[in-house]
Design a protein around this ligand. Structure first.
Ligand code: PAF
Length: 322
């Protein structure tokens, strides 16, 4: 039997029509990408090629940005256009976690209540703040394992094929499952999660281990499979597991060990995002990764000395850069 779902977002009509095995019909959305770094630029190119009206919002004040992804034709995006922002159906925020709140605070008057806000970054803790700042907007969290790299300002490379998980953070966001075919059509694979906090916590656990260790020692992810790191990884996993369990996630130590080692293997040739931030003397996402874990550990009265040591080491390196 045919099923027709019709949804209006702002002025845009989104319809998802499925008949047996036919793919859903996705109608053009007005999308603004806030923070077109590597991953934001990749989504900009993919969503634009999928037929959506995509514009960018960058900290470099400019009217247009050209981007080329691999062999595809170069695309010209309008940038920092207030009309595009106020009329956007979807604001995809790909800024790094520390920038999310300060940047959105400055834009708050130009974001319409109907605009769906999607947060896509490493770490946790921004959604609470954005939900308070924009209480009427549907808020969605996204985690992605796609790899992207920007060798030049106008060029983006899709360096690793991954998957994206989306899910609603607030009540409005929980009704946005129609975004799944939009993202899937642009850059597969994408799934909609009714409980997005579980995959977000799992990603946080992975980041709490790989990111600070690779950043402190300035090594590729793959180095972490050497014998030298196994003791510290085990201690970190024990602390992280206690926090996840206290948060209501029944994950076992074995499951975490397997997941972490799978990611280390799959990304062995990568320089983690924290490695790169420390290498380029930029502020890292430590407050939203290990910092968030430590906040939740404290709330549950769990001691996490090994994570605390890594947190302090990264903070010290950042201070020395200052
Ligand atoms: O932050 C990163 O670099 C990535 O999330 C991950 C999974 C650790 C791979 O490098």
């Amino acid at each position: 039997m045919a099923r027709l779902r019709a949804i209006f977002i702002g002025n845009t009509f989104i319809s998802s029509y499925s008949l047996g095995k036919f793919a859903p019909i996705i109608v053009k959305m007005k999308i603004v990408i806030l923070g077109p770094g590597a991953i934001g630029s990749l989504w900009a190119c993919c969503l634009s090629r999928a037929g959506h009206s995509v514009s960018l919002w960058s900290q470099h004040q400019c009217d247009s940005i050209y981007l080329q992804q691999e062999h595809f034709p170069e695309i010209q995006f309008t940038s920092n256009d207030k009309d595009k922002l106020t009329s956007a159906d979807l604001l995809l925020v790909t800024l790094k976690a520390p920038k999310v709140l300060p940047v959105i605070e400055r834009m708050v008057l130009d974001i319409a209540q109907e605009t769906i806000v999607v947060l896509m970054h490493n770490g946790m803790g921004t959604a609470e703040a954005i939900d308070t700042l924009l209480p009427n907007n549907p808020l969605v969290i996204a985690t992605t394992t796609h790899g992207a790299f920007r060798p030049k300002p106008n060029q983006v490379l899709h360096t690793g094929n991954g998957y994206t998980e989306l899910g609603g953070y607030n009540d409005g966001g929980k009704r946005c499952d129609f975004l799944q075919p939009v993202f899937e059509h642009a850059l597969p694979k994408t799934s909609w999660q009714t409980d997005i906090l579980t995959p977000t916590w799992h990603k946080l656990a992975i980041n709490c281990i790989i990111n600070p260790l690779t950043a402190i020692d300035q090594v590729k992810n793959g180095e972490l499979s050497s014998l030298k790191y196994q003791e510290v990884i085990t201690l970190l996993i024990d602390e992280i597991r206690q926090v996840l369990n206290a948060e209501g996630l029944p994950v076992t130590r074995e499951k975490l060990v397997t997941t972490v080692h799978q990611v280390i293997e799959a990304t062995s040739d990568n320089y983690s995002s924290m490695y790169q931030d420390i290498f380029h003397k930029r502020p890292s996402e430590i407050d939203f990764i290990t910092g968030y874990l430590l906040q939740r550990a404290k709330a549950h009265n769990i001691s996490a000395p090994v994570n605390q040591t890594l947190f302090q080491k990264i903070k010290q390196i950042e201070q020395d850069h200052d």
